[in-house]
Design a protein around this ligand. Sequence first.
Ligand code: FCB
Length: 476
Amino acid sequence: MPEPVTPVTFPPAFLWGAATSAYQIEGAVREDGRTPSIWDTFSHTPGKTAGGETGDIAVEHYHRYRDDVALMAELGLTAYRFSISWSRVQPTGRGPAVQRGLDFYRNLVDELLAHGIKPAVTLYHWDLPQELEDAGGWPERDTALRFAEYAQIVGDALGDRVEQWITLNEPWCSAFLGYGSGVHAPGRTDPVASLRAAHHLNLAHGLGTSALRATMPARNSVAVSLNSSVVRPLSQDPADLAAARRIDDLANGVFHGPMLHGAYPETLLAATSSVTDWSYVLDGDLAAINQPLDALGLNYYTPTLVSAAAASADGPRADGHGASSFSPWPGADDVAFHQTPGERTEMGWTIDPTGLHDLIMRYSGEAPGLPLYVTENGAAYDDKPDPDGRVHDPERIAYLHGHLSAVRRAITDGADVRGYYLWSLMDNFEWAYGYGKRFGAVYVDYATQARTPKSSALWYRQAARTGTLPPVTAAE
Ligand code: FCB
């Protein structure tokens, strides 16, 4: 007799969300006063994105947001995480705001609320106004001060109707892919600049949190979304354990150290001392960064497997977001990165739900008492419509089932996880990969912009409506 399957059921208040970001979906890059961000410049630079693709049009969400929100409601979402385009709101990255830019987000939020969907706003998902990059970008302290001003503007405009706030999305990518390996905008390859950027992103988070608190109702919640890595050593050999520690500091401790504990890990400072003296960390910075938070967002896709070694033949990997001969791991040239065993998604990322469970349990300990959200998790597959126009994506259903079950196990193990945001609502511009990688629960035909929910979206709807994961075959 087959084993009875225990239903995987979530607490009633659990949020069933989906996530997107501005540059990946909005398009309309030259409308209503918006100016270029570093991603406009980067994607228009030959050789930087697959096929030279850009977010100029993306999925036209700027013009189709009403239909998109109606679709979210049809899919039973109870929450939606999106980001604000800084250069749409504050075109020069400083000074007065453009009301038309803010109006777009006010209207979007009102539409969401009218459909009973909780908005979660990310202030910064990688699209720095180009003018601020021209003035030095994240390696310069002033960018953090500018971010605080921008946070105040957006907090003022939307704080009355948005309760959930996220300062930064994945600052690791901004700092180390943007300024280290150069596979992301602005495409610089300077290890010192990447560490300086990390510090000023931390400072931006702290100052931005204070600015939001000063302008918003106290009931609102402020968080940050980290792409904290689950770093595993290849063996229990002390040299491999030390390598894992080194990467853990550069992936995680460099952000959660100051944000949650008010200090950079000593081991990080020691391991990077040949690269930088950290003299840009000024008196008072760590206290400014270490703001009490209301929640923590975790983005998870795949674990990282490392060992001690001379630099591997392939060069250090760029965390799956693109290849570069420059390392995104300053001071860690003697660490080798390995492919984790198991099935992979279209990104080449190994599918490992245990990693999500481990990550949640780790941050449950790292930030006791802080509610956690999975603010991104999902998979890219080579989805195609069948002759009837339907899109079947059983692999994504299996991926979601596995990872949501891991979230449920973490809740059972005592973690306070309040919600899950599937990456992504719909297919979109996947950064350096252009439109080649489809992460959506909704299929987008880029020629017509038609949206078609994939079978995973219908599966997820059933999960959201019942609070219980349907079997993996349910929506096929
Ligand atoms: C995350 C990003 C998101 C998307 C997914 C696949 O690192 O935050 O924009 O690119 O990866």
